[in-house]
Design a protein around this ligand. Structure first.
Ligand SMILES: *Cc1c(COP(=O)(O)O)cnc(C)c1O
Length: 379
């Protein structure tokens, strides 16, 4: 038994322990568990890292998507075109904004939204497009933005798996009207709980998102009330309580300086997999020209993925089925009456996908153990 773990949060903590401990101690000593300095500072640092103008820190990736949709005026009766081979948050956010997700098929190579299918799905009720950058491979954002412009649609990009990925050398975060990220513990930049952010170039949209995430009230008013105890309540819109916690912001600030390094590790591990797994008859993930992948997941495809998973498990190698079955076949969307055959490329992909361990929680020796096990398992 070799015993590689898929995720390993204690090991990741050890790598940044001194900085994280100092950040936590700083927040506790300040006594400011909300409306402190950490969230605004993290927003600035996160926007700068991505080369974007504004960041709004929120409580999760799902909250980021929901708040972006609400702030763009999406609501009941609106159709949002998206994909089905993704995290439930990509579509539950649309539901919770009161709108309806319309799933279209994918490109089998990038595994992302098929732009022709997008064009064919637009109706008079379509208000927005919600593309997903699956596993860290950017969606075809250039073509998607062109379609959006032609039809007057908003674009909320789900980049929860793609922090650090680039198109034409530019990091994701400035192309869509709003680009959403998750700081779930297993994402590229993991909090010690839950977190998320939205990037935008639109200052007014950023303010609206801040307001919606914090009880429908201006952030400056919250600070005035909690700081000097001044001013009354002034709720201007229907808000949520979906803010990023100060403690999480401080932890994320401690980890942000190491993000370039951990993304470089992911890219090196993906290259190692590509070399080590070539020629075995497995379909390996591809990166389309002009894109730079950020490898949150390394997902191969096989006609015998369950047999392969079982043989790997017996050798101490964990795998996962992220994300299968696709959303249009999940019980929660049974009322949509979609079935097998409605999204054939998506379904074939979800039937064959198998996720292998990747990330800075693993050493290159462990990646080599996985490669050796896969070679044995397919022999
Ligand atoms: C993780 C993820 C989300 C949801 O993020 P949470 O922080 O878990 O709410 C949404 N979409 C995608 C593609 C994700 O990977």
């Amino acid at each position: 038994m070799t015993g590689v773990s898929f995720y390993n949060h204690p090991r990741l903590y050890q790598r940044d322990k001194a900085a994280i401990d100092a950040a936590i101690a700083r927040v506790i000593a300040s006594g400011r568990f909300d409306w402190g300095d950490e969230v605004p500072a993290f927003e600035e640092e996160f926007a700068a890292w991505n080369g974007a103008s504004h960041a709004v820190a929120v409580a999760s990736g799902t909250a980021a998507l929901k708040i972006a949709l609400l702030a763009l005026g999406i609501g009941p009766g609106d159709e949002i075109i998206t994909v089905a081979n993704t995290d439930i948050g990509s579509s539950s956010s649309i539901h919770h904004a009161g709108a309806t997700p319309i799933w279209v098929d994918i490109n089998p190579v990038s595994r992302n939204m098929d732009v022709e299918a997008l064009g064919a799905a637009i109706t008079p009720r379509t208000r927005a497009i919600l593309p997903v950058d699956l596993y860290g491979h950017p969606a075809n954002m250039i073509a998607i933005m062109a379609v959006a412009e032609e039809h007057g649609l908003k674009v909320v990009e789900d980049a929860c798996l793609a922090l650090g990925a680039t198109i034409g050398g530019v990091k994701l975060g400035t192309l869509a009207h709003a680009t959403c990220f998750s700081f779930a513990p297993s994402k590229h930049l993991g909090s010690f709980g839950s977190g998320g952010a939205v990037l935008t170039e639109d200052a007014e949209l950023a303010e609206r998102m801040r307001k919606i995430s914090a009880y429908g009230q201006e952030r400056s008013r919250h600070y005035a009330m909690h700081g000097a105890g001044m001013g009354g309540l002034h709720h201007e819109t229907h808000g949520l309580n979906e803010r990023l916690a100060e403690m999480q912001a401080a932890i994320l600030r401690a980890k942000l300086p190491h993000l370039d390094g951990t993304i470089a590790e992911r890219r090196a591990q993906a290259r190692r997999y590509a070399e080590g797994l070539a020629g075995l008859g497995l379909d390996l993930p591809q990166t389309l020209l002009g894109y730079e992948h950020s490898w949150r997941n390394y997902v191969i495809e096989s006609d015998d993925r369950l047999g392969l998973a079982e043989r790997l498990r017996s050798m101490g190698i964990p795998t996962n089925l992220t994300y299968a079955p696709p959303l249009h076949l999940q019980p929660v969307f049974a009322d949509r009456a979609m079935g097998r055959g409605d999204l054939p490329v998506t379904e074939r992909f979800c039937d064959r996908l198998l996720g292998l361990p990747i990330g800075p929680q693993l050493s290159m020796d462990e990646i080599d153990l996985v490669i050796a096990a896969v070679r044995k398992a397919v022999a």
